[in-house]
Design a protein around this ligand. Sequence first.
Ligand code: GRF
Length: 326
Amino acid sequence: MADKALRRKAKVAIFISGTGTNMAALLYASLLDASPYEIVLVASNREDAAGLEIASAEGVPTFVHSHKGHSRAEHDAAMEKALVSAETEYLVLAGYMRILSDDFVRRWEGRILNIHPSLLPKYKGLDTFARAIAAGDSHAGASVHIVTPELDAGEVLAQARVAVRSGETPETLADRVKYAEHQLYPRAVADYVSRSYDAGYLYDRVSEMALALPESHSRDSHGLPAFRVGTEKSGKFFAHFSENHHGSEHIAVLVKTGGIDELLNLVEAHPETYFKPAYYGASGWVGLILNRPGVDWDHVADWLERSWRSVAPARLTKLRDAADMF
Ligand code: GRF
């Protein structure tokens, strides 16, 4: 596995609208030596967001753009510009009281996290504490989730549970959940940004997708974990998992292109996504880079399927075609 100590810190921006206590928790956690992320920007739609001052005092660049008098798209565009100039890799929402436009969310897909004060999928939206108390729940809590266009509906990454005491009011409960949030959020962000570079995690994802294809199995090839389709005896390789192979800085999955011309075109057009791997490149295998923020896993799945199809026996691809029609 790659040496974590040598890895640079992921660049995280935080959007806030209010007091920013979660922002402060994230910021102070980021200043600890072992933090895998640094805060490159704190931005707000409100000039009076108290967290802005805390960030400035710690030397973190801040940005304010009021949403008043602007369309959602205009406002998001101004915030996005600030993100891009800070070279943001991940955006963390911490009490940001604006809904981001679908286009914005899609552009940053897989790279925006939010914290929501309930044990999702319970109590999306507002008044979560009052609703938990009214329902007689034994526990309330907070969830860190990936932001998708649908509100509070993205994959939940981590949760903290907080017992509901007798006589609790929404305010008393909210106060305690905040303590839990301040423990939870920095840990969840650290884990999330680290996993994009973690060969074990990346291998597990590739493996799950590759083995979901019909009649595929794993077998090492020249020291690389790889995936084949067909019988144990006559099967053919359709993917190789490559971790820093022959000095490459990439963790990647190697898949089959139509040939060297397609490979070179891909590498030239999208050098952040593709590279020509040592040895394998000569026979048309392209490296799809996985150790970077915002990998589009549907795209990886499409490549695995295409590569699988190029070597799978016709009886399997025909079945697959038939299944795709439904
Ligand atoms: C938190 O309760 C969080 O769950 C919600 O907004 C609040 C932000 O509080 N999304 P703070 O500004 O971090 O204190």
